[in-house]
Design a protein around this ligand. Structure first.
Ligand code: SF4
Length: 242
């Protein structure tokens, strides 16, 4: 993230073709990384609709993140019940809020948790902020990258299963690169303004055409760019018509 290597010709072709296929999605960051982190924790292992409902219920119930931190855990769990795994997510959220509180106290700060967290992230380089986030309880590489990219529009690249699968098949990353390493490699190579559109378009491509089982190679406009074609049995990646 701090080192920019520059995209390969292959990556440029794939990026352009995806834009042609799915358009250029625009990010609308809310500059609220703490709300974003809580929302991302709530989104784990559930649908966007359920986690959105749980988040809304949480902020309707408690007026501040400090109030969420100090509430009895069972009341937080009750508020987020619709998001699933409430008994795991409630203490996790409170753990994050308490950790940030302890950090700020150790530094002698007196900001709200939202202000403190925002400043902690923004004073760091993106890769450093991504690593800092992963030191918080229950925050992994993908959650950390989601917070930075979606909520602050910083060039961190979240790799969900669709993005990992499609980028491996297309030969953007080598087969032996695991998702954790790929977060860093991608973010170092991509121009910052490509990060969000490429992320969103690879997800769309994974959902619409490049499925985990039986990818629809015969109608895939990326066929001629794809490393997967020819690496598996011919039936799986049949030559497109026309
Ligand atoms: S050609 Fe097949 S494997 Fe390659 S990106 Fe398209 S759908 Fe996926």
């Amino acid at each position: 993230m701090s080192t920019t290597i520059g995209p390969t010709l292959h990556l440029m072709r794939v990026y352009d073709k995806l834009i042609e296929m799915y358009g250029e999605p625009k990010n609308e960051p809310d500059n609220d990384p703490l709300g974003g982190l809580v929302a991302t924790i709530l989104s784990q292992h559930t649908s966007d609709i359920n986690s959105g409902r749980a988040y809304q219920q949480l902020i309707d119930t408690f007026p501040t993140w400090e109030a969420v931190r100090d509430a009895p855990t069972y009341l937080v769990a009750e508020a987020i019940r619709s998001g699933g795994l409430a008994n795991i997510k409630a203490p996790r959220i409170q753990d994050v809020l308490q950790t940030l509180t302890d950090q700020q106290q150790a530094q002698g700060g007196k900001q709200t948790l939202s202000e403190y967290f925002y400043d902690e992230l923004m004073k760091r380089e993106t890769e450093e902020a991504w690593r800092y986030l992963q030191k918080l309880p229950g925050v992994g590489p993908k959650t950390a990258a989601c917070v930075l990219m979606f909520h602050l529009n910083l060039p961190a690249f979240p790799l969900d299963t669709h993005v990992h699968r499609t980028s491996q098949r297309l030969g953007l990353i080598l087969p032996n690169v695991d998702a954790d390493k790929a977060h860093i490699l991608f973010a170092r190579v991509l121009p910052p303004e490509w990060v969000y559109p490429l992320h969103v378009n690879l997800i769309t491509h994974g959902r619409q055409i490049c499925h985990a089982q039986r990818p629809e190679c015969s109608r895939c406009p990326l066929y001629s760019q794809c490393a997967y074609v020819g690496s598996v049995n011919a039936q799986e990646t049949a030559i497109p018509n026309g």
